[in-house]
Design a protein around this ligand. Structure first.
Ligand code: IPE
Ligand code: IPE
Ligand code: MG
Ligand code: MG
Ligand code: MG
Length: 342
């Protein structure tokens, strides 16, 4: 029996030697600006993760939704394996925190965050397939195709992706149809050929999967990462402003914040592949160089990548300047993203 609510131990996510714990690092290059007030970030993220887990648990219950016919048990179990297996729930957190800047009702933000998390989970299920990164471990558990089989994993991914748009189209996500259509359109574009899926294609091409790989320049790596990882994170940051029907300038500021932390997120992921261990990270490590992945860590080296992370935190802070103290939690989120160890 799969548990419907799983809480995530956020202490495990924090790098013990860097920023959030305000300990000093020996190398000045690796120090981030930590002069931020204590926002209670870890407990806040944990609370949002628990709310998201509970909501996804309900949305993935055995009971068919209104116009569905039936929910095949094996497919539902595979979807739940993917969507309720822990995970930091950082993308839903970005939605709830950007929405909170404008006083958006929490349920609207949680539904939008759950939709985004469904797309993220689908992307992981397919990313782990033998035809893609061929991974056996995800969030400390067998990947969906290992726990079930490849056909079920493909269909679980398909069903999580489409559930996302079902959720965004529901009137309890937002009373305005115009807002819902905007959310659907933006999440679709962030997920598809010009976003996550397109970025995954460029990622595989850069490995040389389809013939000689294109030159792995900094610009080409930034483009592929902004698509495969950045697009969904940016959507999460824009979503709060979309739900609030906020002025374009606010949405654009959150977009700049999202672009910076999206880039930081993949650099941190690529650093974890080099420096982390599977027991802590919850997925295989040491694979990117072996498979010829194009990463900024490979291009700039570890210290170069860390220096880039520090710059990206500054860029993210600058984007948030207009929100003043209200954005303290988002400033903590940037630091968490750069310093995470899972
Ligand atoms: C991992 O994302 C995949 C990337 C985009 C690098 P996360 O690190 O957010 O994974 P979970 O959801 O916490 O497991
Ligand atoms: C995956 O990037 C980004 C996705 C769109 C899923 P990675 O392949 O580096 O993610 P991990 O390391 O498997 O989580
Ligand atoms: Mg991949
Ligand atoms: Mg992968
Ligand atoms: Mg990775």
């Amino acid at each position: 029996m799969l548990p419907s609510v799983i809480t995530y131990d956020l202490d495990r996510c924090l790098t013990p030697s860097l920023g959030l714990r305000h300990r000093s690092s020996r190398n000045a290059m690796t120090q981030f600006n930590t002069t931020q007030p204590d926002t209670g970030f870890a407990s806040h993220l944990a609370a949002t993760a628990a709310e998201t887990d509970a909501l996804l648990g309900r949305l993935l219950s055995a009971e068919p939704a209104q116009s569905e016919t039936a929910r095949p048990a094996r497919l539902l179990a595979a979807m739940r394996h993917s969507a309720l297996a822990g995970g930091k729930r950082l993308r839903p957190f970005l939605v709830t925190e950007t929405a909170a800047l404008f006083g958006v009702p929490r349920h609207q933000a949680l539904m939008t965050g759950a939709a985004l998390e469904c797309v993220h989970c689908y992307s992981l299920v397919h990313d782990d397939l033998p035809a893609m990164d061929d991974d056996d471990l995800r969030r400390g558990q067998p990947t969906v195709h290992k726990a079930f089989d490849e056909a079920t994993a493909i269909l679980a991914g398909d069903s999580l992706l489409t559930l996302a748009f079902d959720l965004l189209a529901r009137p309890d996500t937002h009373p305005s149809a115009e807002v819902r259509v905007r959310l659907v359109g933006e999440l679709a574009q962030a997920s598809g050929i010009g976003g996550m899926a397109g970025g995954q294609m460029l990622d595989l091409a850069a490995e040389g999967r389809f013939g000689d790989p294109p030159a792995g320049t900094e610009a080409s790596i930034l483009t592929l990462q902004s698509m495969k990882t950045g697009a969904l994170i940016r959507f999460g940051c824009r979503a709060g402003a979309i739900l609030a029907q906020a002025p374009d300038a606010d949405r654009d500021a959150l977009d700049r914040y999202g672009a910076a932390i999206g880039q930081a997120f993949q650099i941190a992921d690529d650093l974890l592949d080099v420096e982390g261990d599977a027991a802590t990270v919850g997925k295989a490590t040491g694979k990117d160089a072996a498979s010829g992945k194009a990463t900024l860590v490979g291009l700039l080296g570890i210290e170069g990548a860390r220096a880039r992370l520090a710059k990206l935190i500054d860029t993210a802070d600058a984007a948030l300047a207009g929100f003043g103290k209200d954005a303290a939690m988002l400033r903590s989120a940037s630091r968490f993203i750069a310093e995470r160890r899972t």
